[in-house]
Design a protein around this ligand. Structure first.
Ligand SMILES: C[S@@+](CC[C@H](N)C(=O)[O-])C[C@H]1O[C@@H](n2cnc3c(N)ncnc32)[C@H](O)[C@@H]1O
Length: 151
């Protein structure tokens, strides 16, 4: 499924798809991307300005679909969303270009678990004050002067 809100551009897409001989595998919709039902989407490719990406990200995240692969072209999703890979591509019209593609996997349970574990580890690391006190106590326990503590 491809989408554009401008009918002329949607028709251009249909023509390109037809020329490539894959019309039976593609549907081009002329409409507002923010009002479409993406629930059947298996992969998503987005060529939107940053504002459009910011608006559509929560819509895709709310699909309740694990491991939804999404590629954005030219602009990344806003932070803190992190691309798992980035690529540079040329296009038919710009042979020497290195236009960026960003690959995301939304609603990835493994990544969420890793983020939770990293947050738990960060929370368990003593803050500077706690660390200094622990060092003092360690030195005192060994009968060493506290000046042995490295700051
Ligand atoms: C960065 S341009 C990409 C242009 C074009 N798709 C192409 O491949 O050359 C983003 C396009 O998304 C269209 N657009 C913006 N908001 C949209 C929306 N809510 N639904 C559908 N298309 C939208 C704009 O009209 C604009 O042409």
């Amino acid at each position: 499924m491809a989408m554009h809100r401008d009918e002329a551009r949607a028709q251009e897409a249909r023509d390109n798809i037809s020329e490539a001989g894959v019309s039976e595998r593609c549907t081009v919709i002329c409409g507002n991307a923010l009002e479409q039902d993406f629930s059947a989407a298996t992969k998503v490719f987005l060529y939107l300005i940053p504002r459009g990406l910011r608006i559509i990200l929560p819509i895709l995240e709310a699909l309740d679909r694990e491991n939804l692969d999404v590629v954005t072209y030219m602009s990344p999703f806003p932070a803190p969303q992190l691309a798992i890979e980035t690529y540079n591509v040329e296009t038919a019209g710009h042979k020497d270009a290195k236009w960026p593609l960003f690959l995301y996997r939304l609603n990835d349970p493994a990544a969420a678990a890793a983020a939770d574990a990293a947050a738990a580890t960060a929370a368990a690391v003593p803050k500077d004050d706690d660390e200094a006190a622990a060092d003092e106590s360690y030195c005192a326990g060994l009968g060493l002067p506290s000046v042995c503590v490295l700051h």
